[in-house]
Design a protein around this ligand. Structure first.
Ligand code: CIR
Length: 252
C-alpha cells in the first residue's frame, strides 16, 4: 500500500512565501476543507494517509513536498531555498525516519522538493530561485549507488520545476513549454497545457491514477483526449499560497 504523508493547513498560512503570485486573502477554513477532500481523494486512490505533526506557526508547512524527496531506497531531507521554510524539515524527518534511510542536503546547497521530478530512474532537478547547482551535485552523489540519472533543468518565470512539468503516466509528461524547455525530456511523450492555462502543468500521479485541479478545464480536455482521466478536485485556496497539487503530499 502506498503511504501519503500530509500536514495540516496552518492558521498562519496568510504569511506564506510568495514569489510569482500576488498576495490575496486566504480563507483558512475553506483551505482546510479542500485539503481534507484532497486527503480523502488520496485514500480513495489507495493511499494510507499519515499526518505529520502540525506546525501551526510555520506558514508554508502544509507544502510537505518541499521538505523531502522520497526514493525507493532512501529519502533526502532538503534544505529549502526560503530561509523561513527550513524549520519545516524536522517534523518531516521524524515522520520519514520510520520508512527510509535518510540523507541530508547541507549548506551551501539549497533545494525544494518541488524542483525534483522523478520519472523512473530519471531524476530532473530544476535549478531555480530555490534550488542551486550545489544541491544537484549532492543529489547526484546520494543517488549514484542506485543507478539514477540526474539531469539539471533551468527553471525561470515560475516557482518550481514541477509548476512547469510533471509526470502523468510512465513516459508521459504534462508540460508548459513556455516555462521550461522540452529539450531535457527527449524520449518522453509530452502533453502540452492549454495556452490559456499556464499554471496547469502540475498533475499529481498516484500509481496508475492522477488528480488534477478543476481550475484547468481546457487542459483537462487535452488529458482526456490522450486517454488520461484524472480525479478532479478544487484546490483554489492553497493556489493563493502558490501551492499546487503535488506540494501537499509525499507519496511512496
Ligand atoms: C512557497 O513559496 O514556498 C510556498 N508558498 C508554496 C510552495 C509550493 N510548493 C511546491 O510547489 N512544491
Amino acid at each position: 500500500m502506498k503511504i501519503a504523508l500530509t500536514r495540516a493547513v496552518p492558521s498562519s498560512i496568510a504569511n506564506c512565501e510568495l514569489t510569482h503570485v500576488q498576495r490575496e486573502p486566504i480563507d483558512v477554513e475553506r483551505a482546510r476543507q479542500q485539503h481534507a477532500h484532497y486527503e480523502a481523494t488520496l485514500r480513495t486512490l489507495g493511499c494510507l494517509v499519515e499526518r505529520i505533526a502540525d506546525a501551526d506557526r510555520m506558514p508554508d508547512s502544509v507544502f510537505v513536498e518541499d521538505a523531502a524527496v522520497v526514493f525507493d531506497e532512501i529519502a533526502v531531507i532538503t534544505r529549502p531555498g526560503a530561509e523561513s521554510r527550513r524549520p519545516e524539515t524536522d517534523g518531516v524527518e521524524q515522520a520519514l525516519v520510520r520508512h527510509r534511510q535518510l540523507r541530508h542536503i547541507t549548506a551551501p546547497a539549497t533545494i525544494d522538493g518541488g524542483d525534483v521530478l522523478r520519472c523512473g530512474h530519471d531524476v530532473f532537478i530544476g535549478v531555480s530561485t530555490r534550488t542551486n547547482a550545489a544541491a544537484v551535485e549532492q543529489m547526484r552523489e546520494f543517488l549514484a549507488p542506485f543507478g539514477y540519472r540526474v539531469t539539471p533543468v533551468d527553471v525561470g518565470g515560475v516557482l518550481h520545476l514541477k509548476s512547469a512539468v510533471t509526470e502523468t503516466a510512465d513516459g508521459v509528461l504534462l508540460i508548459n513549454r513556455t516555462l521550461v524547455s522540452a529539450e531535457p525530456f527527449a524520449g518522453y511523450e509530452l502533453v502540452d497545457v492549454d495556452p490559456s492555462e499556464p499554471m496547469a502543468a502540475n498533475i499529481l500521479r498516484v500509481g496508475e491514477r492522477c488528480v488534477f485541479p478543476v481550475a484547468f478545464p481546457r487542459t483537462l480536455e487535452r488529458l482526456e483526449a490522450r486517454g488520461i482521466t484524472p480525479v478532479v478536485i478544487d484546490a483554489s485556496e492553497l493556489a493563493k499560497a502558490e501551492g499546487a497539487l503535488t506540494c501537499c503530499s509525499l507519496i511512496f
